[in-house]
Write a protein that binds this ligand. Structure first.
Ligand code: HEC
Ligand code: HEC
Length: 383
C-alpha cells in the first residue's frame, strides 16, 4: 500500500528548529574573546528564536501549539512503560518525552541566555546590563553560563537519542520529517494537513538575516576601529609615564599589575630586565605615585580584575606576561607568532591589541591577523 503522508510541522516551526540548532552550535564553537562578537550574535539569535517559539506555541498550527503537547505525568509514565516494553502508539505530534524535552530545553535555554547577558554586563561592561553588576557577579554568572551550556548539550543529545529510538521503533525518519514537515498518516485519511505558514517563515528568515547584517556591519565594513568601544569610566593617562616608560616598549597601563609590582619595578629601575633606566629619585617617586594610584586594585577593568585574582595574594610579579591570567589567555598562541617580526615578543601587547595603549583591552579591539599581519607571517613560514 502506498504511504499517505500529511503535513504535521509548519514552516516557521521547522525554520525555528534548525536555526536554533545552528545558533547553539555557532555559539559553542565561537568561544574565546577573539570571537566574542560572533558568540554574542549567535546568543541573541538563540534567545530571539526561543521567544518566537513561545509566541508560536500559542499562535502556530495544530501540532506547534503547546496545548497539543501530551505531557501530563500520567501520559508520560504510560508512554515510558510502553516504550520500554518495545513500542507504544505512534503519534503525529510530539510524544510526552519530546514535549518534556522541549520544555526543559526552553527552560535551560532561557537561563543560558540570561546568564550570558549578566556575564557580558559584569565582566565586559557591555550589553543591556552593562555596569549593573560587579566583576565577581560577572565571573560567577560566567561559571553558571558554562554549566548550563553543558547541561543543555546533554539534554540535546538525549533528545537526539530519543528521536533515533522512536524513528527505529516506528520505522520513520523523524529528523527528515522535521525538514519536510511531513509524516506518514496511519490510518490513512484520518489526519489532515496543517495549513501552510510560508509568510511567517519568510518574515522570520528576513528578520534573522537583517539582524546578522546589522550585527556584522562593523566587521564587514573593515577598518581597525573597535566596533564595541570601551564604555567604562575613562582610564587615567599620565604624560610623564608615557615619556619615561614608553620609549622601549608600550607604556603598560598601571591597571595591569598590582601596586606592589610597580613599587618593586621602580625601586629596582637600575636593573630593569637588563637595562638601567637611570631615573632620578624625584621621577621615580612621581611615577610610583601615579602607578600605585591606578594599579590593578583601584582601576576597574576586566583585565585588571582578572589579573589581580589570578596571582597568589601578596605576591608582586614583575611581568604581566607571567601572571596566570595572562598565560591562560594566550596559551593557544604559538611561540612562532610571538617571535614573528610583526609581534617581536609577547611583551609587545600593541601588536595585537589596538587599545593596549589605553589599557582597556576590549575584545572588539583585537585584530590579530590584520593588526599584526599574523596570517601572512604564518603562511609565509609554512611555504
Ligand atoms: C631602556 C628601555 C626600557 C625602558 C625605558 C623601560 N623598559 Fe620596561 N622593559 C624593557 C625590557 C628590555 C623589558 C623586557 C622585555 C622582554 O621580555 O624581553 C621590559 C619589560 C617590562 C615589563 C614586563 C613586561 C612583561 O613581560 O610583562 C614591565 C612591566 C615594564 N618593562 C615596565 C616598565 C616601566 C613601568 C617603565 C618606566 C618606568 C619601563 N618599563 C621602561 C626595557 C625598558
Ligand atoms: C600575538 C598577539 C598578542 C599579543 C602580543 C598579546 N596578546 Fe593579549 N590576547 C591575544 C589574543 C588572541 C587574545 C584572545 C584570547 C582568547 O580568545 O581567549 C588575547 C586576550 C587578552 C586579554 C583578555 C581580553 C578579555 O577581554 O578577556 C587581555 C587582558 C590581554 N590579552 C592582555 C594582553 C597584554 C597586557 C599583552 C602584553 C603584555 C598582550 N595581551 C599581548 C593576542 C595577543
Amino acid at each position: 500500500m502506498q504511504d499517505h503522508t500529511v503535513r504535521v510541522w509548519d514552516e516557521p516551526l521547522r525554520l525555528f528548529h534548525w536555526t536554533l540548532v545552528a545558533s547553539f552550535t555557532a555559539a559553542w564553537l565561537w568561544q574565546g574573546d577573539r570571537w566574542l562578537h560572533l558568540h554574542l550574535l549567535a546568543g541573541w539569535i538563540f534567545l530571539a528564536l526561543l521567544l518566537f517559539r513561545m509566541v508560536w506555541g500559542f499562535t502556530g498550527t495544530r501540532y506547534a501549539r503547546f496545548s497539543a503537547f501530551t505531557c501530563g505525568w500520567r501520559e508520560a509514565w504510560l508512554w515510558l512503560r510502553e516504550v520500554t516494553q518495545g513500542g507504544g502508539p505512534r503519534r503525529l505530534g510530539h510524544n510526552p518525552a519530546g514535549a518534556w524535552a522541549i520544555f526543559a530545553i526552553f527552560f535551560l535555554g532561557l537561563l543560558l541566555a540570561v546568564t550570558g547577558i549578566v556575564t557580558q554586563g559584569g565582566e565586559e561592561r557591555h550589553g543591556p546590563l552593562a555596569g549593573l553588576f560587579g566583576f565577581a557577579t560577572g565571573a560567577g554568572s560566567h561559571l553558571l553560563h558554562e554549566a548550563l551550556a553543558w547541561g543543555l548539550l546533554a539534554l540535546l543529545l538525549l533528545h537526539v537519542a530519543g528521536v533515533v529510538v522512536e524513528s527505529l521503533q516506528h520505522r520513520e525518519n523523524l529528523a527528515l520529517a522535521m525538514i519536510t514537515g511531513r509524516k506518514r498518516a496511519v490510518p490513512a485519511g484520518l489526519a489532515l494537513d496543517v495549513p501552510r505558514r510560508r509568510g511567517v517563515a519568510m518574515l522570520l528568515a528576513v528578520a534573522l538575516l537583517l539582524f546578522i547584517l546589522f550585527w556584522l556591519r562593523g566587521s564587514l565594513a573593515g577598518g581597525d576601529d573597535p566596533f564595541l568601544p570601551f564604555v567604562g569610566p575613562e582610564l587615567p593617562h599620565d604624560a610623564a609615564w608615557q615619556e619615561e616608560c614608553g620609549g622601549c616598549h608600550l607604556a603598560y597601563h598601571p591597571s595591569l599589575l598590582p601596586a606592589a609590582s610597580w613599587q618593586r619595578l621602580l625601586r629596582e629601575q637600575e636593573h630593569h630586565f637588563g637595562e638601567d633606566l637611570a631615573l632620578d629619585p624625584d621621577t621615580v617617586r612621581r611615577l610610583q605615585r601615579y602607578a600605585v594610584g591606578h594599579a590593578a586594585e583601584t582601576t576597574p577593568t576586566e583585565a585588571s580584575w582578572k589579573i589581580l585574582h589570578s596571582i597568589p595574594a601578596g605576591t608582586s610579579p614583575l611581568r604581566i606576561t607571567e601572571t596566570p591570567y595572562w598565560r591562560r589567555k594566550h596559551r593557544e598562541i604559538e611561540e612562532a607568532v610571538f617571535r614573528s617580526r610583526q609581534v617581536n615578543g609577547r611583551f609587545n601587547c600593541d601588536a595585537c591589541h589596538l587599545d593596549a595603549d589605553a589599557g582597556s583591552f576590549e575584545d572588539g579591539a583585537m585584530r590579530l591577523s590584520r593588526a599584526a599581519g599574523l596570517d601572512d607571517e604564518r603562511s609565509g613560514e609554512r611555504a
